[in-house]
Structure formats: structure tokens, C-alpha cells
Design a protein around this ligand. Structure first.
Ligand SMILES: *[C@@H]1O[C@H](CO)[C@@H](O)[C@H](O)[C@H]1NC(C)=O
Ligand SMILES: *[C@@H]1O[C@H](CO)[C@@H](O)[C@H](O)[C@H]1NC(C)=O
Length: 399
């Protein structure tokens, strides 16, 4: 609402007008949903305004290039499934009403679980993807076209399995993220207990392996997020990772030597449960995000708040050292929260429940980092089945 109008509204003692935000969510049954959130005070309405296919049989992850309004959607299908060969990576233009128009697509080897754009002159020249089952990271040049072939495929190997024999039988890269300088690509590897590091050749898109960061044995790092005491500066740069198998988050000091690769040194590992409480059997930490001097992580299937209500945990980040301290565990209002996203203003957290197949909007105080009550909730498509690879896969803010 324009400032003058809000002053007039406030002066007249009228209820504040509704605030509208947009989100995008993907579902393993094949569609990407455009959502509208309208909030008035502490209550709101979330509704689906349109849905679009085109992201293969199993849309698994969404990444938005906000500068150009381009959405990239990754497809998990085609990884060892009977009768399915290969997958796709798809780009869309996000229209002003939130709807999507497909702009490009390339065929992939399949089994992508996550992806990120990188390189080029503006950080969007190429796309990298993590393939969990195939133990690979694959890159493509952008834009995506039907004749586009993979640019590079890095295949990882291990000598024998890790401490968790069933989950760490071989390398399982689970995500790819660029560092704040855009010069390095990191790939947390759940199977190998590593955070793999690659230097980026911005013009060719070529990735060159650097020394990896060593996670704790059996941690199973899955996703990562960066934080620095002074935004825009890499002095004091930290990386935080969420450990799916260890049910914990780790803090890493990131050092940038004058030449060569960035280095990672793990400084802390803290549980995703409060002191004295351990992870219930079958629970798996999933995702983490930073907003201000706070870190958040979600626990899948811990049922802390009910049969179908898992938890989100808050850590405070020391403003100078980057050290993390567990603050509290609160209701994620979702079962099997695979995905969540914090809006830029830091005022709302959107949590995506995979098995409950819902998007829950939770209030957040940007100053204290405290999570508040449920503002809005929307069930999307069909709920998933306990323990299966179905249901809602990703949610992001369209901003
Ligand atoms: C596997 O073992 C060989 C021989 O000891 C060694 O050269 C290689 O670096 C090891 N690979 C990994 C991924 O640990
Ligand atoms: C391996 O990880 C799974 C979680 O995916 C857990 O349920 C299981 O207990 C772990 N096994 C070992 C041996 O730690």
C-alpha cells in the first residue's frame, strides 16, 4: 500500500489493507502451482491461481532467477524407474499474474534432485544439477533448448560404503549451490560425507574440482546456505549445512585465499532437536535457510506436534563469529516438510509438507527471528503416502 494511503488508513483507524504475495510450488504428480497469499493482520488466505505441467513426471525442485523472472524446474523421474528413461529440465517465464509460460526445455539423464544456475556474465549462463542415484553433477548451457546436450558430467566414486551402510552405499550429491562470489559451486554429498567444491570458469561454464570439505562420519550433508557478518563481504564468511542422516546442522568457516579455491573448515555441529531430545526413528532433517542472524532447519517425520505435524527449528547466529546456538523447536504445520522458504522481508516462512502436500504460511518477526502462528494453509493436489517419493516437492516465493 502506498505510504500516504497507509497513513490515511491508520489515521482513520481502519483495518490495514490486505498484503498480497506470490509463491510457486511443485508437486511430484507433475505440476507447478502459482499461489496468491493475501494477509490482513495475523490471518490470511492462500489460494492456487493456476497450474502448469511441462516439468516432466516428477517435478522435484524450483529455482527462480528473480532478476529476469525465469523459473527453472528440475525433474526427478528417470532414475532407475521401470519404463522411464531420462528426465527434463524446464524453464518458464513467470508472468505478472504469477502464471507460468514454458520457454525452454532440455532432456537430461534423469534423477535430478536439485539444481542451480551459475556462471556467465550475470550468474545465469549455465545450470548445474545434482543426481542422487547416479552419483553425478551435470551441467547445461542456458538457455535450455531441445537440442541442448549436457556440457559436463562429474561422476563421483567411493572406496566402500560410509558409516550408514544403507544410505551411504555410494556418493549421493543432493544439491548444488553457488557461493556469494559466484566463483565456486558447492555440492553437499550425503553418501560421501563431503561438501564438494568446484571452481567455476564463468565464460565456458566448466567446473574444476577443488578440495572438498569433510563432514562428520554418517552426517549425510544435504543442503547448504551462506551467511556473512557483513553482507556483501566474504570476511568471516560461513556456510551452514543440514545433515539428513545425522539430524543436525554444521557450521563451516569459509576462507578465500588470494588465489585458488575457497576452503571449508567445519567448526560446529548442532542437533536439530533441543538438548536432551534425540531424533525419533525414521525422522530425517531436510532443508535449511538463513534470514538475518538466524538459521532455520526442518525435520521430516518427527511428529513432534502431532501425527502429521513435524517441526522447524531456529538457531541464532552470533553476529561476529557466525557460531550458532539452538533457540527453539516449533510447529512446521506440515508432515514431512521437504522444503521451506523465507520471504525477502523476513516476515513469513512458507513451509512445504511433502506427505501432507500443503503449503503452510507462518509469521516471522524479522527482528527477533521468532516464528509465530499459522497465517494461512493450502492443501495442494493429492496428499502423499507415508515414506514414498510423492506429494509436494518444493515451494518458493515469487519475488
Ligand atoms: C580409493 O582408494 C585408492 C587407492 O587407495 C585411492 O587412490 C583413491 O583416492 C580412493 N578414492 C576415494 C574416493 O577415496
Ligand atoms: C541410516 O539413515 C537412516 C535415515 O535415512 C536411519 O533411519 C538409519 O537408522 C541409519 N542407519 C544407521 C546404521 O545409522
Amino acid at each position: 500500500m502506498p505510504r500516504l494511503l497507509s497513513l490515511v488508513v491508520a489515521a482513520l483507524g481502519l483495518a490495514p489493507a490486505a498484503i498480497a504475495d506470490k509463491l510457486l510450488a511443485s508437486h511430484y504428480s507433475g505440476k507447478v502451482y502459482s499461489l496468491d497469499l493475501t494477509v490482513s493482520g495475523s490471518t490470511g488466505t492462500l489460494k492456487s491461481t493456476s497450474s502448469t505441467g511441462g516439468c516432466g513426471k516428477m517435478p522435484t525442485w524450483l529455482t527462480l532467477d528473480s532478476a529476469t523472472g525465469t523459473l527453472y524446474c528440475f525433474d526427478e523421474s528417470g532414475a532407475g524407474q521401470q519404463g522411464v528413461s531420462g528426465g527434463v529440465v524446464t524453464s518458464y517465464t513467470v508472468n505478472t499474474d504469477g502464471s507460468l509460460t514454458q520457454t525452454g526445455q532440455s532432456k537430461t539423464a534423469g534423477g535430478e534432485v536439485h539444481g542451480s544456475f551459475y556462471g556467465g556474465s550475470t550468474g545465469t549462463g549455465f545450470v548445474a544439477m545434482a543426481e542422487y542415484d547416479a552419483s553425478t553433477v551435470t551441467t547445461f548451457k542456458l538457455p535450455l533448448t531441445s537440442s541442448n546436450q549436457a556440457l559436463q558430467k562429474e561422476k563421483f566414486t567411493m572406496n566402500g560404503s560410509g558409516p550408514n551402510k544403507s544410505r551411504q552405499d555410494k556418493p549421493h550429491p543432493h544439491s548444488v549451490i553457488t557461493d556469494p562470489t559466484g566463483k565456486f559451486l558447492l555440492a553437499p554429498d550425503l553418501g560421501a560425507d563431503l561438501v564438494r567444491v568446484f571452481s567455476i570458469d564463468a565464460s565456458s561454464g566448466k567446473l574444476t574440482a577443488c578440495a572438498a570439505g569433510q563432514a562428520g562420519g554418517g552426517d549425510g550433508p544435504r543442503h547448504g546456505a551462506f551467511w556473512s557478518p557483513k553482507p556483501g563481504s566474504t570476511t568471516g564468511q560461513m556456510l551452514y549445512t543440514v545433515n539428513e542422516l545425522g539430524n543436525s546442522v554444521s557450521a563451516w568457516k569459509v576462507t578465500y585465499p588470494s588465489s585458488g579455491c575457497l576452503t571449508l573448515a567445519k567448526s560446529q555441529t548442532v542437533s536439530t532437536y533441543p538438548a536432551g531430545k534425540s531424533a525419533p526413528a525414521g525422522s530425517k532433517a531436510a532443508e535449511l535457510h538463513v534470514s538475518g542472524n538466524f538459521l532455520y532447519a526442518v525435520n521430516r517425520n518427527d511428529k513432534t506436534f502431532g501425527a502429521k505435524e513435524d517441526s522447524i527449528v531456529t538457531y541464532s547466529i552470533d553476529a561476529t563469529t557466525g557460531a550458532i546456538t539452538f533457540v527453539e523447536q516449533t510447529n512446521a504445520h506440515a508432515w514431512y516438510p521437504r522444503t521451506f522458504a523465507i520471504n525477502k522481508a523476513g516476515t513469513y516462512v512458507a513451509i512445504g509438507g511433502q506427505t501432507s502436500s500443503n503449503v503452510a504460511i507462518i509469521q516471522r518477526d524479522p527482528t527477533t527471528g521468532k516464528l509465530g502462528g499459522l497465517v494461512a494453509n493450502l492443501a495442494i493436489a493429492t496428499p502423499g503416502t507415508d515414506g514414498a517419493e510423492d506429494g509436494l516437492s518444493a515451494v518458493i516465493w515469487d519475488e
